[in-house]
Design a protein around this ligand. Structure first.
Ligand code: GTP
Ligand code: MG
Length: 203
């Protein structure tokens, strides 16, 4: 899929105030610092469309980006960032969960996992939350450039094996790097296919 346009639409903390356009929407979620905002920039080939930072906790709101005038990408705050005050964490959790429960346009969620990490409780819990709420999701292994290809393969195989201890089957997975652009074509083609599949629901 070719990207002709990618525009920031709005940020907010309340899903009821999110854009009303009835078009397919894709959300990016995962631990703070896993690379959600960077992946959006890589996919859109824009340096600074979504704000990134070396420090966790950069994205603090629900951010809508309209792509090719026909679908949304949504950058969300990360979870599991210990430095955020407890009160703020509860508020984050509340509006993120609300977003997932209420957003009818959401067709697929990408749960980002740092390729270097083994399954962590907070990610497994979040996937369980999505499953319980019947929200379709894929797993995206990020920062692939940080491992050699043999280590990367080993790590991902082991991750999937461990996931199968919790799930009967695996969701679709992608492996990406925002620095080398690994995975870009495959990722965008996947979205293009879903956009076609769901087109009838959005007319
Ligand atoms: P929050 O908004 O805080 O939840 O973080 P985020 O998940 O949006 O992460 P962000 O995209 O801001 O990236 C965090 C850090 O990881 C930044 O320093 C990025 O440059 C770095 N980073 C992200 N993706 C990659 C990648 O694929 N490879 C490498 N080497 N670094 C990456
Ligand atoms: Mg971010």
């Amino acid at each position: 899929m070719k990207i002709h346009s990618a525009e920031f639409v709005m940020s907010n903390s309340n899903v009821t105030k999110a854009p009303k356009d009835h078009i397919p929407e894709y959300a990016f979620i995962g631990r703070s610092n896993v690379g959600k905002s960077s992946l959006i920039n890589m996919l859109m080939e824009r340096k600074d469309l979504a704000k990134t930072s070396g420090k966790p906790g950069k994205t603090q709101l629900i951010n809508h980006f309209k792509i090719n005038n026909s679908w949304f990408l949504v950058d969300l705050p990360g979870y599991g960032y210990a430095q955020v005050s407890k009160k703020k964490r509860v508020i984050f959790q509340y509006f993120i969960e609300n977003y997932f429960k209420e957003r009818e346009q959401l067709v697929c969620t990408f749960v980002l996992i740092d390729s270097r990490h083994d399954p962590q409780k907070i990610d497994l819990e979040f996937m369980r939350f999505l499953g319980e709420n019947q929200i379709p999701f894929c797993i995206v292994f990020t920062k692939a450039d940080k491992l050699s290809s043999s280590k990367l393969n080993k790590q991902i195989t082991s991750y999937k094996k461990k996931l199968l201890q919790h799930w009967e089957s695996l969701p679709q997975t992608f492996t990406t790097s925002s620095t080398s652009k690994l995975g870009r074509e495959e990722f965008l083609n996947f979205i293009a296919t879903i956009n076609e599949d769901v087109a009838d629901n959005f007319n």
